[in-house]
Write a protein that binds this ligand. Structure first.
Ligand SMILES: C[S@@+](CC[C@H](N)C(=O)[O-])C[C@H]1O[C@@H](n2cnc3c(N)ncnc32)[C@H](O)[C@@H]1O
Length: 288
């Protein structure tokens, strides 16, 4: 595994540059556009629609208007800009300057520039933010990139206000078969190491979250349905969608009948929360 943040930033700069050439109108986002992307089998988001739908549900289950939110390792900023369209005051943070430029263009195209600020920065060193800066921190496909540079979890906990939420959306890496499949696909596709996918979020990171947050709610998703990765770019074929839906339903049944299988799922949404000072200790909830 390479540990070179310059190479990783350069990789993402190159990757995001292509989107800077898009017309501003196509960069606009809001809740309706976001949901339409999840439902569109030709959209690259379709593959993660269950994960992202769950994340969206957890993000918006509490009002976000007026809250201070951090989109951590925001990439092109879709989630942060979406939160801004819902009234949140959003800070975008990413290692890649091009990601931040693209995210700011999306903010302009979506009419939320006044609610968005951006920082090009390192996710493992958050000392530039005072303690208790945020009510909500969102980290999608982000933590596993940062872990190799240093553990961000204690710092993310420090940045949250009492009662604040950290919503994590990640690939889950405790299933050896899935990990083998990921490794083979990465090799086969010639995935460059600079992409920074060498580390995967695992149960031990969830344990680490429990040391810093009083409430940790873990929702693993997709076991058999992880074969979806093999159908990338082919979801517009009806039989592929049918197969995927069948696998997803089978997963739901399997996970209900054998809860021990949840740890072997391939994706996860975690909501970690800091307790309010007045909240009784009995309000602590740890689920897996
Ligand atoms: C897979 S992308 C996810 C982007 C975004 N969160 C999303 O869901 O669309 C990973 C992002 O992490 C950023 N990144 C990688 N290492 C980082 C670090 N150490 N600090 C901050 N950002 C980092 C990359 O620049 C990239 O934009």
């Amino acid at each position: 595994m390479i540990v070179d943040r310059q190479a990783e930033a350069a990789f993402y700069d190159r990757h995001y540059e292509q989107f800077l050439r898009l017309p501003e109108e196509s960069l606009r986002t809001n809740l309706a556009i976001f949901r339409a992307q999840l439902d569109d089998p030709r959209s690259p988001w379709y593959e993660r629609r269950r994960l992202y739908s769950k994340a969206l549900q957890r993000l918006l289950e509490q009002p976000v208007a007026g809250v201070e939110a951090l989109d951590y390792a925001c990439g092109p900023g879709d989630w942060g800009i979406l939160l801004a369209t819902q009234g949140a005051k959003v800070t975008l943070l990413d290692l890649s300057p091009v990601a931040i430029e693209l995210a700011l263009r999306k903010a302009r195209a979506s009419g939320v520039t006044d609610r968005v600020r951006a920082v090009v920065g390192e996710g493992s060193d958050l000392r530039c933010f005072p303690p208790a800066s945020f009510d909500l921190i969102f980290a999608c496909a982000a933590i596993h990139h940062v872990l190799k540079y240093g553990d961000p979890i204690p710092q993310l906990a420090r940045l949250l206000r009492p009662g604040g939420r950290l919503v994590i959306v990640e690939t889950l890496g405790d299933n050896p078969l899935l990990n083998l499949g990921r490794w083979l696909i990465a090799r086969w596709a010639g995935q460059p190491e600079d992409q920074g996918e060498g580390e995967i979020f695992r149960q031990r990171h969830i344990k680490q979250l429990r040391r810093h947050f009083e409430v940790v709610d873990v929702e693993p998703l997709n076991l058999l349905a992880m074969v979806k990765r093999l159908f990338r770019g082919r979801f517009h074929y009806r039989p592929v969608r049918r197969l995927l839906r069948w696998l997803e339903q089978t997963d739901e049944w399997l996970l209900r009948c054998i809860p021990g299988l949840r740890r072997y799922c391939g994706e996860v949404v975690v909501v970690a929360r800091r307790r309010l000072p007045a909240e009784p200790a009995g309000a602590c909830l740890h689920t897996t």
